[in-house]
Design a protein around this ligand. Sequence first.
Ligand SMILES: [Zn+2]
Length: 442
Amino acid sequence: MMRVVALVTIMIIFSSGCLLAEEPKLPAQSESTGAIGTIGLESENRGPVEIPQPTEKALSYYRSGNVLYLVDIFWGILISALFLFTGFSAKIRNWAAGLGRKWFFIIGIYIVIFTIINFLIDLPLDFYQSFVREHSYGLSNQTFGKWFKDSTMSLLITLVMGALLAWIPYWLLKKSPRRWWLYAGILVIPFTFVFSLIYPIWISPLFNDFGPMHNKNLEAQILALADRAGIDGGRVFEVNKSVDTKAVNAYVAGFMGTKRIVLWDTIISKLDENELLFVMGHEMGHYVLRHVIAGVLFYSVLILLALYAAHKTAGIFLRKFSSRFGFDQLADIASLPLLILLLNIFSFITAPIGNTYSRFIEHQADQFGLEITQDNYAAATAFVKLQAENLSNPYPGFLYKLWRSSHPPIGERIEYCNTYKPWEKGQELRYEEMFRNPQRKP
Ligand SMILES: [Zn+2]
């Protein structure tokens, strides 16, 4: 559905992401909270926390999720190929040319037609994945009306952004057929920063309500922790994700003036205060260690590589199939499905590099969260709850970890929380000099 501005979307996800949970949309298993809650009450036992075995349901969710991941990839390739080899993309360009006349409008009209057709083709699969499947695991709160409203809103955003921005790479292709990939890759960086800036204030509120935290006592504790982390004027928002999902999550979004920590209302209701403070410590780690900026720069390099690879390989397709495609230049807007196809393939190839980097910064954030709270037990039980609520597999397979794990597997994170406590042995802490009040907790 969002393939037209796939690049932009990927960048938004990475720059506003740094999510605590593996997959933000993973729903939850509500019965499990009670059982885990009692662990927290037995406060005498604060020793190592056992890593729970995944339930049958979680394993089934994991396996079917892997199948769907592959289905999505093949579906994307198939649809792009059909647009190209049937000459349908060239037909859309002809319609757009008839309506638009001027180059800029032809691009815009092509994008609108192409996006709407794509949206309709993807709709059944999208509906199954984001609605039927979530409900069939008994894990979603979303009404059909809300799903439909959100999908329509995503379509509109894609249409507006696509129509406004798609002319840029095509203008570069026209002006500089040899170096367009380089200029486009460089332009991705400022665009991503602008998107990170406006995303939390203009886009996110279109889907959910963001407001101040309801629990003022907890908010005060979070602000005290933020002060210790050296964050001034940090803002904490609560978002009503419980209308969409039972999954739990928190994240850092925005850039400069719009930077904020966002807590889903679901995580506030499922985790106790100490667990939430560790989660906040993790998020503050992203904030203080400038992971948003680092992430944007890192992923820009990957995007530049994908653009270069697409530039190098597109010619092979154009030479062989131009008569079937109905275009012989990449600068022709009809080439959009070819560009999307190639960029998706190269993004897939570089995904393990991006995930390895993401797991690296997530681990740093975990370390920061542990050092600032020094509450290993609460950190470990927070992850136990996360695993249950989000139906995660604590030890996913090797290929899953490479291609899909943006965060370390939950089993590894719980183990780390159980064992990382240098303050008990009087050893140096990695981030201690960043803390504003270096006195340690009793
Ligand atoms: Zn994180």
